[in-house]
Every structure is written in structure tokens, then in C-alpha cells.
Ligand binder design. Structure first.
Ligand SMILES: C[S@@+](CC[C@H](N)C(=O)[O-])C[C@H]1O[C@@H](n2cnc3c(N)ncnc32)[C@H](O)[C@@H]1O
Length: 210
């Protein structure tokens, strides 16, 4: 693939073929100077279009979505089931997970279309799908510190069936959690799957004030 691309497009100065493991590659370090040199300041950031193996999907999503300063859009071929789950962040479903909050924190996902397994060679056991993530800029992120926010979200989902007043007890007392839930208009018995991204942000911000 790399050889084919180099042969076909090697003559353009706007192409650089890098053969690296995406999960270990320092994207900003290599990409930002290249973009500065090759693109005019008025141009929008670059886009990612990728057809990676399905088993690195989640790792790649976690790596690329917080890069709104470098990329405007990330378009990925994923396993159909994964693409459906990432694009749909409906609360109160068994599929609702911290990764949905992560995706919607950093981007606006859109399921594009299914790609039947017959279109691949060798034929996999599952269908693929194309999904796009329009990346947000940092000023569009919800008003929280991502590190403490996702730490709270992960703790909340560790006890998925547990009420938040129990699963977040390492952060605050249950009565403080109940008061925070009440303040944001949620039942004191709420579970993590009842909360939207916005609810989690408001809960987090109430709890850090305690
Ligand atoms: C499904 S094939 C797609 C090939 C080609 N991009 C296409 O669309 O026809 C997946 C490609 O990802 C490459 N790949 C697998 N793991 C990778 C990683 N961690 N970093 C970069 N490339 C990887 C493989 O070498 C393979 O060429």
C-alpha cells in the first residue's frame, strides 16, 4: 500500500508517506510542522480517513478524537456493530458506556453507511461501516477538566447497575451525591445509564465544589 501510494503520488510535495504504528506514532510532533510548512494559514486542519483493522478501533478513536487542533474530521471504517454503538449515545440502553460520553465530549459522530462483508477480501466474519467524527475545538468541549471528569465517569460505570450515590462514594458522601443529583434535577436514585453527557458534566461540577 505504502509503495503504491508513493509511486502514484510521490511527485506532489504535499504528500509524506510514513510507515509507523499509529498507536505508537507521535502524531502532533510529525504532523504540525508538516502542516505549517505545506498549508496556508487560512486552510482548515487536516482530515483523517482510515481503514485500520477492527481490533485497534477503540484505541484509535481514543487517540484521534481529542485532536481537534490538528484534524477537522476523522472518517473510519469500523466493525458495523461498533459504529452503531459509537454513533448512538441513547441513555438507558445496555450499550451506553463511557466511550459514548468520550465520543460526544470530543466530537459529533455520524454513522454514514454499512459496508457488507462481501466487499472485503479476505472476507471477514462481520460487516463494516463508515462513521465520521466531526472534531470539536477545545473551546467547544464541555466546561470540565477531562482527566477528573472521565475518572468520575469510569467510576460511575464500574458499578453500572449501582446507584451513583454508592458508586461515587470514594469521591463524596452519599448525601452530598444525592444533593448534587437533586440540584441538577435528577432522582437521587439515578444510575450512570440515566445521565446524558450534559448531566454528567453538571454532576461533576457540583461534586468538585463540595
Ligand atoms: C484493512 S487493511 C486496509 C488497507 C488499506 N488501507 C485499504 O483500505 O485498502 C488494514 C491496514 O492497516 C495496517 N495496520 C494494521 N495495524 C496498524 C497500526 N497499528 N498502525 C498503522 N497501520 C496498521 C495494516 O498493515 C493494513 O495495511
Amino acid at each position: 500500500m505504502a509503495t503504491l501510494v508513493k509511486d502514484r503520488f510521490g511527485s506532489t510535495e504535499r504528500l509524506k508517506v510514513i510507515e509507523e504504528d499509529i498507536t505508537k506514532f507521535h502524531i502532533r510532533y510529525h504532523f504540525i510542522p508538516f502542516m505549517k510548512e505545506k498549508c496556508h494559514a487560512t486552510e482548515k486542519p487536516a482530515k483523517v480517513v482510515s481503514n485500520l483493522p477492527f481490533n485497534v478501533s477503540t484505541e484509535v478513536v481514543k487517540l484521534l478524537l481529542p485532536m481537534g487542533d490538528v484534524f477537522s474530521v476523522v472518517v473510519l471504517m469500523l466493525q458495523d456493530e461498533t459504529a452503531v454503538r459509537l454513533a448512538d449515545a441513547s441513555i438507558q440502553t445496555p450499550e451506553y458506556r463511557p466511550i459514548n460520553l468520550f465520543v460526544n465530549f470530543y466530537s459529533e459522530p455520524e454513522y454514514k453507511f454499512r459496508v457488507d462483508r462481501e466487499n472485503f477480501f479476505p472476507r471477514p466474519k462481520v460487516d463494516g461501516a463508515v462513521i465520521s467524527f466531526k472534531l470539536k475545538n477545545s473551546e467547544e468541549y464541555p466546561p470540565v477538566a477531562p482527566k477528573t471528569f472521565f475518572s468520575m465517569v469510569n467510576s460511575a460505570f464500574n458499578g453500572k447497575r449501582k446507584m451513583l450515590r454508592k458508586s461515587l462514594q470514594h469521591l463524596c458522601t452519599s448525601s452530598e451525591i444525592e444533593a448534587a443529583l437533586h440540584n441538577i434535577g435528577l432522582p437521587v436514585t439515578a444510575r450512570p445509564s440515566d445521565l446524558t453527557l450534559d448531566d454528567f458534566v453538571r454532576l461533576h461540577n457540583h461534586l468538585v465544589e463540595v
